[in-house]
Design a protein around this ligand. Structure first.
Ligand SMILES: [Zn+2]
Length: 466
């Protein structure tokens, strides 16, 4: 039986605050005879949160997890959605009913449909401006935070333009041209010359040095980020993608919310014209691709902590801030089925490593004994059925809808069977995604819209007419 726990509501709801503000301004105008000061129509501070691969169910499962296991709410649902606007966005690409991250991010950043694989490039080959480029032209500072590689399709589509998302070195060069004031994430392998260990560049370019030449401070770990200062900061905290929140080395690697906090601090330094900040959690998509519900929830919680920082910022600057929370698409077709209760949530909670970490521990050719030891140690209370153990040992993929790594697929199936959190595939789906909006211009994002409308509204708010 699921216990009923009600949320503590704010003692001073936003509606009452707004009503008080309106009455005060009326009193002010009656007393002084002056008219109310004109409210700015354009947001000065714009936050764009992207849960890569995050569907409505991903959000809802995390909300239930927080509520039943921690008696905590979820800022996205309890603050942004309740106090702001909610809409739905289509997700399809120009050439497929199911999108990849580059086509979806191009729609969100540029306002045009794109083919899968294209970054910041419309279906007809037109190279449009992105919302970040326009924000920069308007004198706003711009920042990008991701736990993916910074050159991954999603952040890249907000900053650059390439016909193929795998042209990583070109994307990195385009960042250098655009000069976002804050660029934080993974992907150092494309910034260091090929002679350096871990490099995946084909040339000798030292892009970190090139950023430093342009006045950037460079940081590579969590302590460095907390002390970073200056007008422009480049932070690369791993050679490739950053870790799942479950596996993160907390002494070395900053979390998504820590990067968000640093970005807000850095973007505000000496800032008069406001900022636009993109925050992406790639691990929500990565967890879906490996059918890993525990990693998904832990990273969604981390995503929500980052949103909570923007909500706090909004409360300090309510008439100047817009907070947007959305996704590019849903990954995995995740859903509870079969009437689970808190017991199943507790089983999910009991897992302490990601499935990719589990596969790494086992290695490519594990013995049956090693598989049993891993399950006993890291998946206490779970039973690996003989056919699933055999799939791991014999390296047999369970089927075309399962992850290609047999270890990950079999452990994912074990967890789904015992937690009732099922996945329909290890790929993207065509579900529409929610867009939650709070602050100046939030009402534009209400209703059922195309994902290209998201960018169009931002262009209108930035005063771009064409
Ligand atoms: Zn994906």
């Amino acid at each position: 039986m699921i216990s009923r726990i009600s949320f503590r509501r704010s003692a001073f709801p936003a509606a009452i605050t707004a009503l008080l503000a309106a009455s005060l301004s009326l009193v002010f105008s009656l007393v002084t005879g002056a008219s109310e000061p004109t409210r700015p129509v354009a947001p000065k501070y714009i936050f764009i949160f992207l849960a890569d691969g995050g569907g409505i169910t991903h959000m809802e499962i995390t909300r239930m997890y927080n509520r039943h296991l921690y008696n905590e709410g979820l800022t996205i649902a309890d603050k942004i959605m309740k106090e702001g606007s909610v809409g739905l966005l289509t997700t399809h690409a120009a050439d497929s009913l199911v999108t990849d991250s580059s086509a979806a991010a191009t729609a969100l950043a540029c306002g045009c449909k794109a083919k899968n694989g294209a970054v910041g490039t419309c279906e007809d080959g037109v190279i449009p401006k992105t919302v970040m480029e326009v924000a920069k032209e308007r004198g706003m500072r711009i920042g990008i935070v991701t736990n993916s590689t910074v050159y991954d399709a999603t952040p890249a589509s907000f900053a650059g333009h390439v016909s193929n998302r795998r042209l990583y070195a070109t994307i990195v060069d385009q960042y250098l041209q655009l000069e976002p004031e804050v660029l934080l994430g993974g992907g150092r392998d494309q910034f260091i010359p090929r002679s350096r260990p871990g490099s995946r560049r084909r040339d000798d370019a030292d892009v970190i040095a090139a950023f430093q030449k342009k006045g950037y401070a460079y940081v590579s770990d969590r302590p460095g980020l907390s002390q970073a200062k200056g007008g422009k900061v480049l932070g690369l905290f791993g050679l490739r993608d950053l870790s799942f929140e479950l596996d993160r080395d907390k002494s070395r690697e900053p979390s998504l919310s820590e990067m968000t906090q640093a970005a807000i601090r850095l973007l505000q330094e000496g800032n008069r014209r406001g900022f636009m900040l993109l925050i992406e959690n790639e691990n929500i998509d990565s967890a879906g691709h490996i059918m890993d519900v525990t990693s998904l929830i832990q990273d969604y919680r981390e995503f929500d902590r980052a949103v909570a920082l923007a909500y706090e910022f909004y409360r300090k600057h309510p008439s100047e801030t817009l907070v947007l929370v959305t996704s590019d698409h849903e990954t995995g077709g995740l859903s509870f089925s079969g009437y689970p209760s808190v017991k199943e949530l507790q089983k999910i909670q009991s897992i302490r490593i990601s499935l990719s970490k589990a596969a790494e521990i086992l290695g490519p050719s594990p013995s049956p004994e090693a598989v049993d030891r891993l399950v006993a140690e890291h998946f206490k209370g779970f039973t690996l059925r003989p056919e699933l153990r055999e799939a791991i040992v014999k390296k047999r993929r369970l089927g075309p809808t399962y992850p290609s790594n047999p270890t990950v697929g079999a452990l994912g199936a074990m967890i789904a069977n015992e937690t009732k959190a099922f996945w329909i595939s290890a790929g993207h789906t065509n579900q529409p995604v929610f867009v939650a909006a709070l602050g100046v211009g939030a009402e534009k994002f209400r209703g059922y819209q195309d994902n290209t409308d998201f960018a169009k509204h931002l262009f209108a708010l930035l005063g771009k007419t064409k």
